[in-house]
Ligand binder design. Structure first.
Ligand SMILES: C[C@@](CO)(OP(=O)(O)O)[C@H](O)COP(=O)(O)OP(=O)(O)OC[C@H]1O[C@@H](n2ccc(N)nc2=O)[C@H](O)[C@@H]1O
Ligand SMILES: Nc1ncnc2c1ncn2[C@@H]1O[C@H](COP(=O)(O)OP(=O)(O)O)[C@@H](O)[C@H]1O
Length: 278
């Protein structure tokens, strides 16, 4: 029996500019997507009936929710309908990323499920139909399906790949609070602070902002302390909240300073994931 294992790399937004609210209730974004080496892990194999097994440190957060609503199962149903695959699948989601945390969690899992099913059923992972399905699952599922440094516009689903970031050491920190993406967008102040520059990702990120920081910090003030610790960490090159939060990231020049900052974060009782940008 073929078993496919796919990593669902954590997604971060090196910068996220909100330009305007759209008529469809979404917001027009200009953002820089980047992906980490580590994340959740999705395992897929054919079975007699569809099933989802949750494992890992954050499985319990999702255990109370309807399995059918999990983005992994929604992706599997969508794949079956779109590609005419009647087979049922047993899927295991090894949940290592905090939930509702601005690092793509469910979106990354949905994208990894689509990649795994494509590999299992002989569909090219760059098939345009796969990206159209991803866009129906969520605004940043296409970016997670692409899984490489990219500029995103529109809802975040109009993607322009950029040069990889070459294994830069990065630290993800979450203060242990879930933040609703919809609630954060709902509290955006409506001010257009201007376009995201064009060019090299790190230079554009350094000159950029995350316009969702103020509404997210209003909802979850714990973010303030995380940003303060990361901003003054020795060796930090860039510290910012990712997406709609509450997870913040910090990019370092070397793993020693990154790991020292991880230790300082853990001493605060926060979740800390030292990893690398891809
Ligand atoms: C904010 C971002 C930035 O990358 O990431 P996260 O913070 O979720 O990681 C994404 O745009 C999240 O994408 P995703 O999580 O797929 O959002 P969806 O499920 O499609 O939408 C959830 C809700 O977020 C709001 N939303 C999302 C994207 C967007 N461009 N404008 C919005 O206003 C809408 O209220 C929507 O109902
Ligand atoms: N596989 C999944 N992992 C995480 N959240 C999921 C998943 N499937 C569905 N969800 C739902 O999606 C919501 C958004 O979760 P998540 O994608 O982790 O947020 P974010 O996009 O901010 O990282 C959660 O509150 C949860 O109820």
């Amino acid at each position: 029996m073929t078993v496919i294992v796919e990593t669902a790399p954590a997604k971060i937004n090196l910068a996220l500019h909100v330009r305007r609210r759209r008529d469809d209730g979404y917001h027009e974004l200009e953002t820089l997507f980047a992906f980490c080496r580590d994340g959740d892990v999705v395992t897929v194999e054919r079975a007699d009936k569809p099933s989802l097994t949750l494992t890992g440190p954050f499985a319990s957060v999702l255990a109370g929710e309807s399995q059918d609503d999990n983005l992994v199962m929604r992706a599997a149903r969508g794949f079956g309908a779109r590609f005419g695959v009647s087979a049922a699948h047993a899927i295991t989601l090894d949940k290592h990323l905090p939930v509702a945390s601005g690092i793509g969690g469910g979106s990354a899992d949905a994208a990894a499920t689509l990649r795994a099913l494509a590999r299992l059923h002989g569909v090219a992972t760059d098939d345009p139909a796969l990206f159209r399905l991803a866009a129906e699952l969520g605004a940043d599922v296409p970016a997670c399906l692409l899984g490489r440094t990219a500029r995103g516009e529109g809802k975040g689903d109009a993607l322009q790949p950029l040069e990889p970031l070459g294994e830069k050491p990065v630290l993800l920190v979450n203060p242990g609070v879930g933040v609703s993406t919809a609630a954060v967008f709902g509290r955006w102040d409506g001010v257009d602070w201007g376009a995201l520059e064009q060019g090299d990702a790190m230079a554009v990120a350094a000159a950029g902002r995350n316009d969702l920081e103020p509404p997210a910090r209003a909802i979850a003030p714990q973010i303030d302390a995380v940003l303060a610790l990361l901003a003054q960490a020795p060796g930090v090159e860039l510290a910012r909240m990712s997406g709609s939060g509450a997870t913040c990231f910090a990019i370092f020049g070397d793993t020693g300073t990154r790991d020292a900052a991880a230790q300082a974060a853990r001493e605060q009782g926060w979740w800390a994931l030292p990893t690398f940008l891809r």
